[in-house]
Write a protein that binds this ligand. Structure first.
Ligand SMILES: C[C@H](O)[C@H](O)[C@H]1CNC2=NC(N)=NC(=O)C2=N1
Length: 98
């Protein structure tokens, strides 16, 4: 996977409007759940997919708020895979949050 240029990162950010760019090399989103265990179930889905594709977000669980942070360590920046996974994680959230 090629490291994205800043202009390409800006373009891809528009496809994941709930995610924000932090320190140029990370994208981050917070997911809020009405129920603690729904958040845990979401994390399990995220973890399963991440392991499948061998691309892992940093995950923090703060009671009913799950924060995911994505970067491509191997290229010390962002790649298309980060944005592809961000989209998939958002799909999991829509399935699980209610
Ligand atoms: C050895 C192992 O395949 C690598 O460390 C994988 C693991 N998961 C990863 N996850 C992410 N986000 N970026 C990587 O570069 C990466 N590399």
């Amino acid at each position: 996977m090629e490291k994205l240029l800043p202009s390409e990162v800006q373009e891809m950010l528009s496809s994941v409007p709930n995610w924000k760019l932090t320190d140029e090399k990370w994208i981050e989103r917070k997911y809020r759940f009405g129920d603690y265990l729904k958040g845990i179930d979401f994390v399990q889905s995220v973890a399963n997919l991440s392991e499948q594709v061998n691309h892992h977000p940093f995950i923090s669980i703060d009671y009913k708020v799950v924060t995911l942070r994505l970067s491509s360590w191997n290229v010390r920046g962002l790649t298309a895979l980060d944005f592809q996974l961000a989209t998939k994680y958002d799909e999991f959230y829509l399935q699980k949050k209610s």
